[in-house]
Design a protein around this ligand. Structure first.
Ligand code: ADP
Ligand code: F6P
Length: 320
């Protein structure tokens, strides 16, 4: 019987458990033996691997995080580490692997696949939405909804005191969490790495928005776009306006996955397992224009930067 394994790697994201459950249940439905690996590539190197059945993934669809744990694994960046990982897979006669993770995890998957001929299917699990080959990654929708909850709370208190608020959100080098949460939360400014900001422009706008009768303003800053303390200090210096800053932090990484992330997880996992059944070359699963896609890893990882300029313009226009 064909044997495959599944692991979660890199930063956890809501929807990873839903993808794990779908991978295990669909693999069993297709008649495969399926193994879970603990703590991503660390477990693969250390041989922390166990057989899974339908009950192994009971009652996890609604949970954030990942029940098989995750890690960042420097040893897997080295050839020697990947050799140990391959030895673990060989010991169990495993020929196919599902990696649920982000960009870094997929570079690791690519190396393992190229060096040892393991067929690896990548399911994008990261709140950052920073993979260019897919419109959405698992966890992004949930993280934006969590951010919205924070924005709603901030709006209540900031509005009551006529204050300006600056909320820093995650995303590494990608501004999607800030952009989508900014539009959905009615923020006045969205500062993202894709568009260099002009502090004078922001200060001018803040002043003119006050003249137009706005008594409270919300700025959403993507972590990769600038430093919240510097920005708020500059605003204070140039306009006299005090800015209340908040960092949302790891709160946006947890929480029960949204409907969108759970359904996407199911669709992607089914495609990944189907491809392993067909002995396909290694691929990264994604979604473009609501179609599930499966590009060869090197093609997927080399797609040009995806940025929706129109959406950015809308964010600004609607804040006037
Ligand atoms: P994410 O997958 O969320 O982007 P990381 O960037 O931390 O998270 O990557 C997760 C793990 O993938 C790393 O800890 C490492 O084990 C592995 N990895 C990342 N980049 C590479 C690479 N270039 N070659 C081999 N393994 C890599
Ligand atoms: O990649 C997900 C992410 O949450 C990023 O948005 C953030 O920059 C980073 O991981 C934080 O990493 P850690 O959890 O290791 O502090």
């Amino acid at each position: 019987m064909k044997k495959i394994a599944v692991l979660t790697s890199g930063g956890d994201a809501p929807g990873m458990n839903a993808a794990l459950r779908a991978t295990v249940r669909y693999a069993l439905y297709k008649g495969l033996d399926i193994y879970g690996v603990e703590r991503g590539y660390t477990g693969l190197i250390n041989g922390d691997i166990f057989r899974m059945n339908s009950r192994s993934v009971s009652d996890i669809i609604h949970r954030g995080g990942t029940v098989i744990k995750t890690s960042r694994c420097p040893a897997f960046m080295e050839k020697e580490g990947r050799k140990h990982a391959f030895e673990t897979l060989s010991a169990y006669d495993i020929t196919g692997l599902v990696v649920i993770g982000g960009d870094g995890s997929f570079h690791g998957a690519q190396a393992l696949s190229e060096e040892y001929g393991i067929s690896v299917m990548g399911i994008p699990g990261t709140i950052d939405n920073d993979l260019n080959y897919t419109d959405y990654t698992l966890g992004f929708d949930t993280a934006v909804n969590t951010t919205l909850w924070a924005i709603n709370s901030l709006r209540d208190t900031m509005g009551s005191h006529d204050r300006v608020s600056l909320l820093e959100v995650m995303g590494r080098g990608c501004g999607d969490i800030a952009l989508y949460a900014g539009i959905a939360g009615g923020a006045e400014y969205v500062i993202i790495p894709e568009v260099p900001y002009d502090i004078d422009e922001i200060c001018k706008d803040l002043k003119s928005s006050q003249k137009r009768g706005k008594t409270s303003n919300m700025i959403i800053l993507a972590e990769g776009a600038g430093n919240k303390d510097e920005i708020s200090a500059q605003i204070k210096e140039k306009t006299g306006i005090s800015v209340k800053t908040t960092t949302l932090g790891h709160i946006q990484r947890g929480g029960s996955p949204s409907m969108f992330d759970r359904v996407l997880a199911a669709r992607m996992a089914v495609r990944a397992v189907d491809l392993l059944c067909e002995d396909s070359e290694s691929r990264l699963i994604g979604i473009r224009n609501n179609e599930i896609t499966a590009d060869p890893i090197d093609v997927a990882l080399n797609m040009p930067k995806r940025f929706d300029e129109k959406l950015y313009d809308i964010a600004h226009i609607l804040s006037l």
